[in-house]
Design a protein. Structure first.
Length: 470
């Protein structure tokens, strides 16, 4: 009699609708959102519908030492959620586990399964005027398990913090298949180590998150959004500081948008340049609250007038309707997509102390232009928390392959400058396979050793996302 293989055991467990093993069916789960890097081959794509199924799959893999790649919406940009080329890894995709288990309107929390898409969660919460305040360009695909596993940031960190600040509890299937039940609606719980923190930002290296209890806020009812032309990049932190004091708790986003980014979104995605007199760098500023709209518009106008008088900004537009607001955000949210259409890129997701942002951008721009004359530089993103996507595009006459040969030198030049500014090589996208070399270089030895000790203690057979992060 032929012995039943571990993959057959998983197929039997999940039934015919619960797995994919044909090449054309597996392919969408094997390739990343961006480009060709990290496009691998899975032994099987498992699509469980319950925690019990996840536990059983993990137990089989643990027993037979089969590597597992947990996967959510597959929008991570660092090669953490796709299988390697070996064809031996199983993709454990959580997308069919997407139920809202409970909403607590008094404690302002929701317990939701890991496969729920962020936008879908917020659509469902809107019925109760509640909101989970993580706002990212990939919200139509990114899932709660992915968000927690990458400690996603986004445009509202300035007000609400990163995902970590909003996670109250987790349910995790550990590498041996046992269930770690840490779901909790409690705002206070000082009973030893806060174990959930280990799994937030762990990028699937310590187990599978199957559900989370998340902290909510009242859904804003009023918005004011401005798109402002900076007379100098140096003015971004100065304006931010003024905004923190004048706009107070209503300030929710402060995003840097370079002129080139607007041009690319207009060119590839049919947007319209919002300003008559754009400058090299612009700011997208947003206020929101559960208040009268007039309160926000008075506050914003009173804030902007002195900025014009002091020549900190030279042009600006205020969104006068929900449609105009959406048009401004469309530009900001589609920069990555427009870049992707424009050509070969080298991407960064760095963070430096906010007041170092202008110096970082200036120094890094000089360094990369020296290495690759004509390189197109697009530093954009969350200047409100110091997180800049310092993205580099091939010079127009250079072929993509020739440009990408410069990638190692460009990375080293930029990361050395980040390090000098006491910054981090990854603000929000994580390490995955893309940045594990740099993690080894720039993270301190004691910190790396402690991380390895934790990995070894929890995933002693190294089954979860091997070769990612470390
Ligand atoms: C257009 C665009 C804009 C983006 N903007 C932002 C932004 O502003 N801020 C930001 O932080 N990120 C941003 N991202 C990156 C990405 O969307 C986030 O990292 C997101 O949190 C990933 O969620 P996901 O469900 O797609 O996870 P995946 O890509 O599927 O997985 C990401 C990592 O988490 C692990 N993982 C996934 N699910 C689980 C689980 N249930 N248990 C354990 N491990 C798991 C995977 O193994 C992988 O290592 C953007 C991406 C795109 C494409």
């Amino acid at each position: 009699m032929t012995p039943i293989t571990p993959l057959d055991q998983i197929r039997t467990l999940l039934g015919s609708s619960g797995f994919l093993d044909q090449p054309q069916d597996k392919e969408p789960y094997e390739k990343p959102w961006r480009g060709k890097d990290f496009h691998g081959k899975a032994a099987l794509v498992a699509l469980p519908t319950s925690v019990e199924q996840v536990q059983k799959i993990v137990k089989i893999c643990h027993h037979h030492r089969i590597p597992i790649v947990p996967q959510g919406g597959n929008t991570g940009l660092v090669g953490g959620s796709t299988p390697d080329e070996s064809g031996s890894e199983i993709v454990l995709n959580l997308s069919r586990m997407k139920r809202l288990r409970t909403v607590d309107p008094i404690g302002m929390s929701v317990t939701v399964e890991a496969g729920c898409v962020l936008a879908s969660l917020n659509d469902q919460l809107a019925e109760q005027n509640l909101w989970f305040p993580v706002s990212i360009g990939s919200e139509g695909s990114a899932e709660i398990g992915g968000l927690v596993s990458t400690n996603a940031g986004g445009v509202n960190v300035i007000k609400y913090g990163t995902t970590r600040q909003l996670v109250m509890g987790l349910e995790v299937v550990l590498p041996d298949g046992s269930l770690l039940e840490l779901l909790s609606p409690l705002k206070k719980d000082n009973t030893g180590y806060d174990l959930k923190q280990l799994f937030i930002g762990a990028e699937g290296t310590l187990g599978v998150i199957t559900a989370a209890t998340l902290s909510l806020v009242a859904k804003p009812t009023a918005y004011q959004t401005a798109f402002l032309a900076l007379s100098s990049l140096e003015h971004a932190p100065i304006i931010l500081q003024k905004a923190m004091h004048r706009l107070r708790e209503y300030l929710v986003a402060c995003e840097l948008v370079p002129r080139l980014a607007v041009e690319l979104v207009c060119k590839h995605l049919g947007a319209t340049q919002p300003l008559q007199n754009p400058t090299d760098y612009m700011l997208l500023l947003e206020l929101s609250g559960t208040c009268e709209e007039s309160l926000l518009s008075n506050l914003l106008q009173g804030f902007l007038e002195p900025l014009f008088e002091e020549n900190l900004i030279t042009d600006g537009v205020l969104a006068e309707s929900g449609k105009q607001r959406a048009q401004l955000w469309h530009i900001r949210d589609h920069i990555s997509e427009a870049e992707k259409k424009e050509g070969a890129m080298v991407n960064f997701d760095i963070t430096v102390p906010i007041d170092h942002v202008p110096a970082f951008i200036t120094e890094a721009s000089t360094a990369v232009s020296t290495l690759v004359p004509g390189i197109r530089i697009l530093p954009f993103g969350h200047v409100g928390d110091g997180n800049i996507h310092f993205n580099l595009l091939e010079p127009t006459p250079l072929a993509p392959t020739a440009f990408l040969t410069h990638k190692p030198a460009l990375k080293k030049a930029v990361y050395d400058i980040v390090h000098r500014h006491q910054g981090s090589i990854s603000a929000e996208h994580g390490i995955g396979r893309e940045r594990k070399g740099e993690l080894a270089t720039y993270k301190s030895t004691p910190a790396l050793e402690l991380m390895r000790t934790i990995k070894q203690a929890i995933d002693y057979y190294g089954v979860f996302n091997p070769g990612r992060v470390f």
